[in-house]
Design a protein around this ligand. Structure first.
Ligand SMILES: [Zn+2]
Length: 205
């Protein structure tokens, strides 16, 4: 694999100039493709005509990946208060010192678990049905806001699970909370606690 160096010349198609251009490698701050965030100071091929970054060499890929992992995406939903109570009670059973920050860890852990099922769509649809029945049984209760920031990878996972089952993100996360109730809150002895604890510990190591 070739290691490129600052000042080296190359050729690439520049979208801005709409043609093949000569490029010079230089260290630049490069925005992510979706524009949400930047990776700072990586080697990139810069268009000699318009001075824009047109490509990044393989040696910059690990730095881009790491920066993407750190970048966060907001998730914000409003649910009947009992959903938040279930989530917090499950966290309390895992670790009495768990904070609101841990909510997303538990939710993304369960999202990954569902994604690992042979038929995630059916699982999500089942959970959404359960959560709709649960919501209908609650009567008039206050609504609470659940808001947190997740990595782009978790964000994409949540969106793809919801899309696969034609559910909204709110429905998906409400459904996951139903599963959390089933596994961690309702049983006298919570199910799969060792794995949950390990996931939580890893997330905050
Ligand atoms: Zn150009």
């Amino acid at each position: 694999m070739k290691l490129y160096r600052k000042g080296e010349k190359g050729e690439a198609v520049c979208e801005e100039c709409a043609k093949l251009v000569s490029t010079t490698f230089d260290y630049r701050d490069v925005p992510f493709e979706d524009g949400l965030g930047t990776v700072k100071g990586i080697l990139a091929a810069v268009c000699d005509d318009c001075d824009r970054v047109v490509a990044t060499p393989p040696q910059s890929t690990p730095a881009i990946r790491r920066a993407r992992e750190v970048a966060t995406r907001p998730v914000e939903i409003s649910v009947p208060a009992p959903y938040v109570e279930i989530l917090d009670l499950a966290l309390y059973r895992i670790n009495a010192r768990a904070t609101a920050e841990h909510r997303k860890v538990l939710l993304t852990y369960f999202a990954n678990k569902v994604a690992g099922d042979p038929d995630p769509k059916a699982v999500v649809q089942g959970l959404v049905t359960r959560s709709k029945a649960f919501s209908a049984s609650l009567g008039r209760v206050p609504r609470r806001r659940l808001s947190f920031k997740v990595t782009p990878r978790s964000h994409a996972l949540i969106s793809s699970l919801a899309d696969a089952a034609s559910a909204s993100r709110t429905d998906l996360l409400s459904g996951l909370i139903m599963q959390i109730e089933n596994d961690l809150v309702r049983p006298d002895k919570p199910k799969g606690m060792a794995e949950v604890e390990a996931a939580m510990a890893a997330a905050y190591a």
